[in-house]
Design a binder for this molecule. Structure first.
Ligand SMILES: [Zn+2]
Length: 368
């Protein structure tokens, strides 16, 4: 790890990058100011995440969460099961609740049978959406087992398909590959539409709790835990530049410092987790540094869009369609402007945080 980081600093010097992060900024078509402000907004809101983790401990009837509890399901959660037909119906209705026309891609994907969802022996695990530019469509692979997670995966991947449908109909093939920071726009938006539908149709408070915890677990991890990994990388490069010699102990020290910045005292960690950094594969990809923060950007960008939708209602629909139609023909900054946002400011990133806190407040309401 030390050698990879040392090596990267030399590469940055030779290539005249102004910082170890610059290469990734170019790849993601973003800039330092935007990312600094994103990180600042995350740092200012760690208290919200910690408030959730304390509440989750209470829901799990624990004095404090163990590190293995952070993403654990609630102990008395009902086993929510869905047939593929039910999942199809829910996802179509979720997308159509935003706008009837917006669901056209999702409906078309089902009609064409472009979704391989059946679990089979020997099938590739995981899920993805592969776009087909000339066919102006896409293909989705997942293994649907009827769980809530599978339902969310379906809504997520069909968001990618929706993005492809809009983009391929409006852009040349050269502009059809979207930078990572905005590539999750329709997929996460689709998850949020599904969340609202599930909350609206939940029969019990327990069902609502399950849905809300799922969102708060997943988004919380992306926003706060992933940011701490970027902080970690930054602090390692700073240490090397100061001439510090890094060994296992000192690297652990830097990791724990940023981990605790995100989690505070809300989690009891296994001692082994001091070296959690050593099992994070992305840190070992030579010449590909700062892999993680685009996920934070993507998540909070979409949460901000959703806030805008809540505020503007149907007036927001054409803006969303335009955003998805742009592909990579304009920069992520320009894409933000379509919704009336300036993504380079800290104030912008606070808007996405408000959406996260909104879910937390909903959970607090039903747990009191
Ligand atoms: Zn995705």
């Amino acid at each position: 790890f030390r050698n990879i980081c040392n090596d990267w600093l030399s590469v940055c010097e030779w290539r005249k990058y102004s910082s170890p992060m610059e290469a990734s900024l170019i790849t993601n078509d973003t800039d330092q100011q935007t990312i600094d402000n994103l990180f600042r907004a995350v740092e200012e809101n760690v208290g919200t995440y910690q408030r959730y983790l304390r509440l989750k401990a209470k829901l799990m009837r624990l004095p404090k969460l163990g590190c293995h509890d952070i993403l654990a399901p609630l102990p008395d959660a009902p086993d929510m099961k869905f047939t593929f037909e039910q999942a199809k119906d829910l996802v179509i209705r979720a997308y159509a609740s935003f706008d009837e026309g917006y669901a056209f891609a999702v409906k078309d994907m089902f009609q064409r049978r472009h979704i391989d969802a059946t679990p089979r022996y020997g099938k590739q695990h995981g899920a993805f959406c592969a776009g087909w530019y000339n066919g102006k469509t896409a293909y989705v692979l997942q293994s649907f087992n009827g769980r809530l997670n599978d339902l969310y995966t379906l809504a997520h991947e069909l968001g990618h398909a929706t993005h492809d449908y809009y983009c391929y109909r409006n852009q040349t093939i050269l502009n059809s590959r979207v930078p990572m920071v905005v590539a999750e726009t329709a997929s996460i938006f689709g998850e949020l539409l599904l969340t609202d539908l599930l909350l609206k149709e939940a029969k019990t408070d327990m069902e609502k709790k399950v849905v809300l915890c799922r969102i708060l677990d997943g988004a919380g991890r992306v926003i706060f835990s992933v940011t701490s990994r970027a902080w970690f990388e930054q602090s390692i490069y700073e240490a090397i530049k100061r001439g510090e010699y890094l060994n296992h102990e000192t690297i652990c020290k830097y990791w724990v410092a940023v981990r605790d910045k995100a989690y505070g005292d809300t989690v009891e960690w296994f001692n082994e987790m001091l070296s959690e950094w050593s099992i994070t594969p992305h840190y070992y990809m030579a010449n590909f540094r700062f892999y993680n923060y685009p996920y934070v950007y993507a998540q909070l960008f979409v949460y901000a869009l959703y806030q805008k939708y809540m505020e503007e209602g149907k007036a927001f629909v054409p803006k969303m369609e335009k955003i998805l139609s742009m592909g990579s023909s304009i920069s992520p900054v320009e894409i933000g402007k379509i919704a009336g946002f300036d993504v380079t400011t800290k104030e912008f990133w606070q808007i996405g945080m408000k959406q996260y806190e909104h879910f937390l407040k909903e959970l607090e309401k039903i747990t009191q």
